[in-house]
Design a protein around this ligand. Sequence first.
Ligand SMILES: Cc1cc2nc3c(=O)[nH]c(=O)nc-3n(C[C@H](O)[C@H](O)[C@H](O)COP(=O)(O)O)c2cc1C
Length: 313
Amino acid sequence: MTALPEINPPLINASGILSYPEVFRAFEASGAALGGYVTKSVGPAERAGNENPVVVCPEDEGQPLLNSLALPTQSPEDWEADLAEIRLESSRLIVSIYGGGPDEFGEIAARMSPFADLIEVNLGCPNKVPGEVTLMESIGQRPDLSGEVIGRVREATERPVIAKLSPNSDYLAVAAACMDAGADGLGCGNTLGPGLAIDTDTGKAILAGTTGGISGPALKPVNLRMTYECFARFGCPIIGYGGIGSWEDAVEYALAGACILGIGTAFLGKSTSEAAGLTRRIWEGVQAYLGGAPFPEMVGRAHRDPAPEAARA
Ligand SMILES: Cc1cc2nc3c(=O)[nH]c(=O)nc-3n(C[C@H](O)[C@H](O)[C@H](O)COP(=O)(O)O)c2cc1C
C-alpha cells in the first residue's frame, strides 16, 4: 500500500461541495483549517447533469439534504488547464474521478495524476439523468466491477488511491475487492438512497431528477457505521464523510477509524469566511478533545481501548 500524503489538519472538503480550484484558493486565503481540497468528480467528458431544481435544501440545520446533480462537470481538458494553474500553499490536492467503465476510470486517473497528491475514485453516485443508462449507478454495488475499476486506476497512477464507497451496497464486499485490487484506503462514503421529496403545493416531486442522494446529518449514523466496520475489517486509511458539521461529529468519525474527515453539506449556504470559520471551530474542538495527544492516537480508538467502567468491571 502507498502511504497517504500527510493532510494537516486532517480536514478536507467533500467532492461536489466547494470543489473548484478558485474556491480552494479563496479558502486558503481566508485561513480555513483544511489540509486538503477535493475536486468535483472529473469524468471523461463535459456533462451538464440534471436540470434545476437539483437540490432540496433543509429549512433548518440538522435536516438532510437531497441532491440530484448527476455529476455535472467541465471537460477533462478544462480540468487539466485549471489544475495546472493551481498553487496551493500548504494543502494537498485530491482529484476525484469517475467514468462509465473501468477503461474510462483508468484514462481519467492517468490524466489527472500529474496534478493530484491523491486520487479518490467515486464508485457510487446514486443520481442519474432520468432515462439515462449508466454503469455509475451500479459500479459501487458490484464488487467485481469495483475491483476491476480500482485495478485499472492502480495501473494508471502511482498516486495513492482511495476507493469511495456507496452506503447503498454490500460495502464490505465492495471494499474487499477494492483493497485486493490495490486501493490504498477507503472513502466512507457517498450519499445514501436516493430519496424523494414532494412539494405539497404542486403535489409533484421537487427535484427535476425526481430522486436525490441524501447527505447531511441524516447520513451520519450510516456512514459512521461504514467507517467503523471498514476500519475493523481492513485497518486501512479511511476518509470519513457524512454529516460532519461539528467537532463532536469529527471526533466520532476519528474514533470509529477515519484518519481524514470530509465536510460537505455543512458548508452549503455559508459564505467563504463562515465556512472557513466552521473548519477552524471543528479543528479547535478536536484539538481540545485530544488535550495535547497527537491526532493519530484517536483514530480507531473505539475499537481498542475499553471504556474506563468496562476496564474496572
Ligand atoms: C451537492 C452535492 C454534490 C456532490 N457531488 C459529488 C461528486 O461529484 N463526487 C462524489 O464522490 N461525491 C459527491 N457528493 C457526495 C459528497 O462528497 C459526500 O460524500 C456526501 O455528501 C456526504 O457528506 P456530507 O454529509 O458532509 O455532505 C456530493 C454531495 C452533494 C451534497
